[in-house]
Ligand binder design. Sequence first.
Ligand SMILES: Nc1ncnc2c1ncn2[C@@H]1O[C@H](COP(=O)(O)OP(=O)(O)OP(=O)(O)O)[C@@H](O)[C@H]1O
Ligand SMILES: [Mg+2]
Length: 338
Amino acid sequence: MKLLELNNVSIDYKTIEGNIRAVDKICLSIEDGEILGLVGESGCGKTTLIKSIIGLLPQNGTVAEGEIFFENENLLKLTKDEMRKKRWKDISMITQSAMNSLNPVYKISWQIVEAIQAHKEISKEDAYKRAEELFELVGLEKGRLNDYPHQYSGGMKQRAIIAMALALNPKIIIADEPTTALDVIVQSQILERINKLLENYQGSMILVTHDMSVIAQTCTKVAVMYGGKIVEYGEVNQVFKEPNHPYTMGLKNAFPSLVGEKNDLISIPGIPPNLLNEIKGCRFKDRCPFSIEKCSQENPKKTNIEEGFFYCHREEEREKLRVLASKQETWLQENIKE
Ligand SMILES: Nc1ncnc2c1ncn2[C@@H]1O[C@H](COP(=O)(O)OP(=O)(O)OP(=O)(O)O)[C@@H](O)[C@H]1O
Ligand SMILES: [Mg+2]
């Protein structure tokens, strides 16, 4: 069953310089038990998109159009109170700077027990037991529950936050770079544990990350964002093996391969478009080695493929482009026409 469905969602920020369309007409869905990776470079709108789901956009941000259905109910129609009830219990979020959200004046145990009791009829003793269980799950010693946040390292704080997010077995966890502050070994341990836990009760997750290897290791589906749009979506294995959008092809080159031979890493020259300006045609055109006249004139149409989709004018030539995209010279600035 579809758990979460985003229908044509656009999000604007009002600024003194003008309107920024940070997310533009995004359609996306996630099923029970699915782990969706959301990837894309800084500023492409990942945090904006997921904050809209949980109703936590900053004051100058609004959902300008679209619908966000959670279990067939439009979240955008809920009152603040109704939304607050869903947070933690049904939808929980680990924010990008989560470790700063612990309250410095209370013991960690108090903060977790309080969060559990706020959403569930449960005794203090049982909530404390649950907190101990969760600590074990994220690899923290039970004894540390009675510390204050300042007694924790950054990584420990982050783990405590992850424990809190998991406390009520939410139907979906929305995690914004949840393990960025942790070293790679602990990162993969924690992601594995979260995965196992979700598997046990068919929970879902949206995992935002810059790191393609985290996606490859953790997710079933991946959505690639660029300049406020999802340019490609599909099964992780398919998207990484045979990317269809030139931006995904470029992203793949920029990360070391986990399997197979070692390749030189190739970066994508240039910077993402300024979202203050209206953008005509494809958003990736200025950095795309394969852009043609049409890319500046018209928005690319959606091409549906098995279990996924992508947007590119040169969709029929994608096999040829994939071969070209794996070569270093293709991505040299002088070979990219403005
Ligand atoms: N409160 C705000 N007011 C105005 N513009 C904003 C605000 N928050 C974000 N933006 C703009 O919206 C766009 C998307 O930002 P967002 O934080 O969603 O990106 P992101 O993909 O999460 O980036 P990162 O990977 O760096 O976290 C950017 O152009 C950013 O400058
Ligand atoms: Mg972000």
